[in-house]
Design a protein around this ligand. Structure first.
Ligand code: WT7
Length: 566
């Protein structure tokens, strides 16, 4: 039975203007994400409502109302102006998931700055690459992470302001400022920067196969899509307690960990702590979480602990579960039905898309293992990789392609027009993933179309890992690929050919690992190094990562006709 009729029929007149009307977007109020996520909610009489309940790893709890996040974000914005930061300056967020991270994000936008969130787990080199590329003016960080900034700042002349948000009696160095959100006076009124629809707002770095990570640039009108998808896909309602487990270093943590819930005036909870099934269940139980947005790797970890762990808690508050970042196995959907009495709804999107584009939308029949269908207002298909024409045969695999023009789509890769332009073919934005579509319009994810490694939902570019490896004195050449892993889907495996005079050994492996650990984020660290005589290459000298990967996955090696003869 096909239910295509009902779904497509229901939304055939969909227009993003529905969202604009609900937000009164561009009417009299300023167009500014920071305004929509705080002032506007207070104007609706919700100033006393909780915006954020935060729990740290020591069990410490902090609560903030919409009034609190409004005046704290005003205070941040005012401080940025006072120290001379200007609209459109890139301001980096480099902190653990503390309240300041969420609230200063709004402050940056209110001042007109471009927020550049980065994972606090990044090592110096990963941090340097991204600050250097964006010519970042200021960085907000904490005592715990400022050391990494200090070690690279001499090579970053534009980085003139290093703001430590928990400085207290800390001895500041040159270019450093202290700003305590809790101690700063309330700032009731701040004249929010009047952005336009196309004014840049957020810059998220993402990895590709080649070259350095690229900064996907978003604009203030992205909120039109983030607001509505939060309402319709995450199904957030005024009384919900929402928990998004993603770090704002990742686009999920900003689009749906800040902008979506707060523009909808919803209370969200944040747990700044590592993973354990019991800790997570206890947290959801304690705060009576109703809507939970997580990722397949976390779900697989929960599955490992079994249904007994679920049963030790009262999780009856949970009413809606969602997942993003990697393929959600059918098994996980079936398990969650057993464990929680409800399925996880898969959502597919990217840093570049800014909001959910394909999903198991509320009310749709879920087909376990499928990502669902295109969100209303998104035209999605799969195209033939040769001519980029849509494939019309159900079940045939092609490249996922979206018709450009939805509000939250990225507008540029920072300073990289060529790579940006290359993402568009025959009038389609090419996502870089392979999928098929069944006769009812459901997308079935197949895999990525490039060499990017997806480990625990995080994209890791092989180039960054290989560049770090070849800086080691013993390494002649290197290739990084994903190998299968039961929890993280894939983990990084490195293949290394040594220079003359070096012999493979456990000691050398350890030495190389320690050498690259300082440069890479923990996610990008190889789990294994395999020493090889040489790496498979094309005739033009490009390393054939795909071949190494196929070996790891026990897949057919495919076309090797361009391989060098050796
Ligand atoms: C890539 C984008 C969107 C926020 C997080 C990731 C993979 C994402 C799914 C899914 C299978 C998925 C794709 C995509 N991906 N969601 N539901 N099923 N794969 O943002 O870091 O830009 O990664 O993650 O490969 O292209 P990102």
């Amino acid at each position: 039975m096909s239910n295509m009729g009902s779904y497509e029929e229901k939304y055939k007149d969909f227009d993003w203007k529905i969202s604009e009307a609900e937000l009164s977007f561009g009417k009299n109020d300023p167009i500014n994400i920071g305004y929509f996520c705080s002032d506007r909610i207070c104007e609706q009489g919700l100033g006393k409502k909780l915006a954020l309940i935060w729990e740290g790893f020591t069990g410490e709890v902090k609560k903030y109302t919409y009034d609190d996040i409004r005046f704290h974000s005003n205070a941040f914005a005012q401080f940025f102006r006072e120290i001379g930061l200007k609209p459109q300056d890139r301001i980096c967020l480099f902190m653990d998931r503390i309240p300041e991270l969420y609230i200063s994000f709004l402050g940056i936008l209110k001042m007109g700055g471009i927020a550049q969130p980065l994972f606090s787990a990044f090592g110096e080199e990963a941090l340097f690459t991204r600050l250097d590329d964006a010519k970042t003016k200021a960085i907000l960080t904490t005592k715990k992470h400022v050391g990494k900034v200090r070690r690279i700042r001499e090579t970053l002349p534009e980085l003139t302001k290093i703001i430590v948000v928990d400085a207290d009696d800390f001895k500041l160095q040159e270019r450093e400022f202290a700003f305590s959100m809790e101690k700063a006076p309330r700032v009731e009124k701040f004249d929010v920067f009047q952005a336009e629809r196309e004014t840049p707002s957020v810059l998220h770095y993402t990895s590709g196969t080649t070259g350095k990570p690229k900064g996907a640039l978003h604009v203030h009108s992205s909120i039109i899509a983030q607001y509505l998808t939060t309402k319709w896909v995450l199904d957030l309602k005024p009384d919900d307690i929402y928990w998004c487990t993603a770090d704002p270093g990742w686009v999920t943590g900003t689009s749906y960990g800040i902008i979506g819930p707060w523009s909808n005036g919803v209370t969200q909870v944040v747990l700044d702590s590592g993973f354990s099934a019991d800790k997570w269940y206890a947290f959801a139980e304690k705060y009576k979480v109703t809507v939970w947005y997580s990722a397949p790797t976390a779900i697989r970890l929960l599955m490992k602990e079994g249904i007994e762990a679920v049963k030790r808690h009262d999780l009856s508050s949970l009413r809606y579960l969602l997942s993003v970042g990697e393929p959600l196995n059918a098994e996980a959907v079936v398990w969650s039905q057993k464990a929680f009495g409800k399925p996880f709804h898969d959502t597919y999107w990217q840093t570049e898309t800014g909001s959910i584009v394909i999903t198991n939308f509320l009310g749709m029949e879920i087909r376990p293992g499928s990502m669902g269908k295109a969100f209303p207002g998104i035209v999605a298909t799969v195209v033939d990789p040769k001519n980029f024409e849509p494939i019309t045969t159900p079940g045939s695999v092609g490249l996922i392609a979206l018709k450009p023009g939805w509000p939250s789509m990225f507008r540029a890769y920072w300073n990289n027009k060529e790579i940006y332009d290359n993402k568009f073919k025959n009038g389609w934005y090419i996502c870089g993933d392979r999928s098929s579509i069944d006769k009812d319009g459901y997308f079935w994810f197949v895999g990525r179309d490039d060499d990017v490694i997806n480990t625990a939902g995080h994209l890791v570019g092989p180039f960054e890992i290989e560049s770090a490896l070849i800086e080691h004195k013993a390494v002649a050449e290197a290739a990084a690929v994903g190998k299968p892993d039961p929890i993280n889907m894939e983990v990084v495996k490195a293949f290394v050919a040594l220079k003359k005079g070096f012999e493979p050994s456990d000691d050398l492996e350890l030495d190389i690992m320690n050498f690259i650990r300082k440069k890479l984020s923990p996610l990008a660290m190889p789990q294994e190094i395999a020493f090889v005589q040489s790496l498979p290459k094309t005739r033009s000298g490009k390393i054939m990562r795909r071949m190494l990967r196929a070996q790891e996955w026990g897949e057919p090696i495919g076309d090797t006709s361009t391989l060098e003869n050796d």
